[in-house]
Design a protein around this ligand. Structure first.
Ligand SMILES: [Cu+2]
Length: 147
């Protein structure tokens, strides 16, 4: 889910709280206000809003017929922020593989229609495939070109 977001926002808050401890002037109130706003964002993002964050680098949809929405995806190398949207009626996963080797530590899961999952994966330039690991979903396969 959006754990990475919540985590970074929490760190952001802690940073400002700790800064504030050492600040002596009244201007220190400004970071406190910024922190409250960020905390508000944290709590709203932990509810299942089911909308994609704006900074998605690679967007993949699972569609009916045990397919992804495209047969070819392209993205720039580095940390790739992936959003996965289920437009189908059954559960799907999303993993990245190079040849027969899955990229470890990355798997997105969308359990029902309308579900969204997001996560980051670090990819070097090269040719990869996107796969769904649900049994019987071997047809869910697409090329991913990382450049
Ligand atoms: Cu699937």
């Amino acid at each position: 889910m959006n754990q990475s977001f919540a985590h970074s926002k929490t760190e952001f808050c802690l940073y400002y709280v700790s800064m504030n401890r050492f600040a002596k002037s009244s201007r220190a109130l400004i970071p406190v206000v910024a922190c409250v706003v960020a905390l508000g964002a944290c709590s709203s993002s932990s509810t299942p809003a089911e909308t994609l964050p704006a900074d998605i680098g690679l967007e993949v949809h699972a569609v009916s017929g045990l397919k992804f929405d495209k047969t070819n995806y392209e993205v720039g190398a580095g940390d790739v922020f992936v959003g996965y949207i289920n437009e189908d009626s059954v559960r799907h996963t999303l993993v990245v593989a190079q040849g027969d080797t899955k990229v470890s530590g990355f798997e997105l899961k969308v359990n029902k229609n309308g579900s969204i999952d997001t996560g980051s994966v670090t990819l070097q330039a090269g040719n990869y495939v996107l796969l769904c690991t649900v049994p019987g979903h071997q047809s869910m396969k697409a090329d991913l070109t990382v450049s």
